[in-house]
Design a protein around this ligand. Structure first.
Ligand SMILES: Nc1ncnc2c1ncn2[C@@H]1O[C@H](COP(=O)(O)OP(=O)(O)OP(=O)(O)O)[C@@H](O)[C@H]1O
Length: 583
């Protein structure tokens, strides 16, 4: 099809003519023009997110990527030699894992079939990943089904992957740079991609619900054990606590809220006490399930694999980004448990900790676990003018993250209080590297503001005190190399022994350098950058604090940054030396 024919067809569809195009594609074209204000003739080059953004996307979907990887590898082997490219995109449309023929790397990158490419519909127009995210269904967007002319050579077939709560978690896409012209040539791709997505959901459900019963079911007894149609996880009372998308479709297609939280006996002639009879050991043909609507299926029950833990909320039940925030460190797990409970409330939060300990990241994770559809506003307090707060009077309701709140000058403190007078729908989460109560006591922070900010306090430990250091190290390394790099024992011991004054930020930079320098699969001592200058102790003899403060215009925060310590240490030392703060 010529370019102007494509543009004319879009125009006709928009004017309500039937052109024989799939309804799903016409709907998407309408969104592209009417909602996103796009123009099909505008060249839309591939949009690849930055390395730092990609790292964030990968970290957020790390568990799913790990689960999906072996499924993707198997699928890639099935289609090897046929020039297919496989993409795993997260729920935001960014490609977080990728399998393609390295010989075509440049061409694939230009076409956006690459790690880090952003395929959201409002950015790239009608496309496999983007339209799958909007509709929640498997789609084939074949050649000139694409909205933008830049993408019309491609053929993309994408299937959604849902998490155990029925939320869209990722999209599996199989694409071709060039394809035969009939759309039906992609039917096999559609079967492959939907079957793979189903298997990834199944593996994810098994991994996430080890402490529950899992009931798998299938219409055909032959496939029950090897490739069942659907599965649910059931708690001890028979309540559905997890499911695959197939289970939702099979049990509760017409229920807007789905089957989650309901008891299995609402849908089947079955109670938890019957589950042992459905375990492997009895012939498949005897393991019949009767659905309430009269349908019959075959069932396979798998007993809980680990005993229930009731004392502390287990790490894997923490919601969203909180679950991947820390590893096996009991104090941090308790902090995250508190964060999860506080997230849905509007209580102001004060997050304390040294620089780079993850306060902003925690603030974002808490926001994500709070009420949906709210905005996240960030204000860096160092140097913030009062206008920065008065402008927020018109901000969308949501979270107001105040970064480094100890650096607020007196006029900005007043402006912030004014803002609070006018807006009670902004939930504040403030981060500080110092002890705010001390600042209040010495008059550097208004007490009325202090009490407005410090509803509940969470203190992040410095990296050198974290008991999950090894976990964090492996996780950051995996995000940088997709599991292809590891540390030698000597390099690991060296990193474990460091002081880390810059905390996780410093560790991340060290690993960036090491990953860039590594020649093989192992990072050894020579690839590790030396530790930054050891921390300067303002109490050490020879440190002329007054001169330093003079040089920093008596700005305690600036002096603390120059020394690599926190502001309360500078304050303590000032008091000891009889030096008075100027504000
Ligand atoms: N739990 C974590 N897992 C992986 N990366 C993390 C984690 N926590 C923090 N990071 C990374 O460490 C860096 C510093 O984190 P962040 O900006 O949240 O720290 P901060 O305490 O707010 O720092 P500052 O006080 O200097 O503003 C960021 O790149 C962040 O992505």
């Amino acid at each position: 099809m010529h370019d102007n024919e494509h543009v004319n067809e879009i125009d006709r569809v928009l004017r309500g003519y039937e052109t024989g195009r799939d309804g799903l594609v016409s709907d998407s074209w309408r969104r592209c023009v009417e909602t996103y204000g796009m123009d099909p003739t505008r060249p839309d080059p591939a949009h690849i997110v930055t390395d730092a953004e990609l790292r964030q996307h990968r970290e957020q979907s790390e568990r799913l990527i790990a689960t999906a990887r072996s499924g993707l590898q198997a699928l890639f082997r099935q289609v090897a030699g046929q020039n297919y490219v496989l993409l795993l995109a997260d729920a935001k449309g960014v490609c977080v894992d990728f399998f393609g023929d390295p010989r075509f790397e440049d061409e694939l990158r230009r076409a956006g079939l690459y790690l880090g490419s952003d395929w959201t519909e409002d950015l790239m127009g009608t496309c496999g990943v983007g339209s799958c995210i909007v509709t929640g269904e498997a789609v084939t967007i074949h050649q000139d089904d694409h909205f933008g002319l830049a993408h019309t050579p491609l053929s993309c077939t994408a299937a959604p992957i849902y998490d155990t709560c029925g939320q869209l978690a990722a999209v599996l896409d199989i694409s071709l740079l060039r394809s035969p012209s009939p759309k039906s040539s992609q039917n096999l791709a559609m079967n492959l991609v939907t079957a793979s997505a189903r298997r990834v959901e199944m593996a994810n459900l098994m991994a996430m619900t080890r402490r529950e019963w899992v009931l798998r079911f299938s219409i055909s007894p032959e496939f029950l054990e090897v490739d069942p149609d659907a599965a649910v996880a059931l708690d001890g009372s028979g309540r559905i606590v997890g499911m695959t998308r197939g289970a939702r479709d099979c049990l509760a297609q017409d229920m807007p809220d789905g089957p989650l939280g309901r008891r299995i006996d609402e849908f089947m002639e079955l109670s938890v006490d019957d589950l042992p009879d459905l375990m492997r050991g009895r012939p498949t043909e005897e393991r019949v399930l009767r659905l309430k609507d009269g349908r019959g299926m075959f069932g396979h029950a798998i007993a809980p694999q680990a005993p229930r833990q009731t004392r502390l909320r287990p790490a894997q039940t923490l919601p969203g980004g909180l679950s991947s925030f820390a590893g096996p460190d009991p104090a941090l797990q308790q902090l995250l448990d508190h964060a999860a409970r506080l997230a849905p409330t509007s209580i102001p939060l004060l997050l304390s900790g040294e620089t780079g300990t993850g306060k902003e990241r925690l603030a974002r994770a808490i926001h994500m676990c709070g009420p949906k559809g709210r905005a996240f506003h960030t204000t860096r307090c160092a140097g913030a003018e009062p206008a920065a707060f008065s402008e927020l009077v018109d901000a969308k309701p949501g979270t107001l993250f105040l970064r480094g709140v100890e650096d607020l000058g007196p006029q900005s403190q007043a402006a912030l209080l004014d803002l609070f007078e006018q807006r009670d729908d902004l939930r504040t989460v403030a981060s500080t590297r110092t002890d705010l109560a001390t600042l209040r006591d010495i008059g550097a922070l208004r007490p009325d503001l202090y009490y407005r900010l410090a509803g509940a306090s969470l203190t992040l430990p410095p990296l050198r005190h974290r008991r999950d250091f090894g976990w964090l190290l492996d996780r950051l390394l995996r995000c940088r190399s997709g599991g292809e790099l590891r540390l030698s024992a000597a390099a690991r011991a060296d990193l474990e022994g460091r002081d880390w004054p810059g905390n996780i930020r410093e560790l991340a930079h060290v690993l960036d350098v090491a990953a860039a320098l590594a020649e093989g699969a192992v990072i050894d001592l020579p690839e590790l950058p030396r530790p930054s200058a050891t921390r300067c102790d303002p109490e050490a003899p020879g440190t002329d604090l007054e001169a330093l403060l003079e040089a920093c215009g008596w700005n305690m925060a600036r002096a603390a940054r120059r020394l690599g310590v926190n502001r309360s240490t500078v304050l303590r030392r000032m008091r000891k030396a009889g030096l008075a703060p100027t504000n």
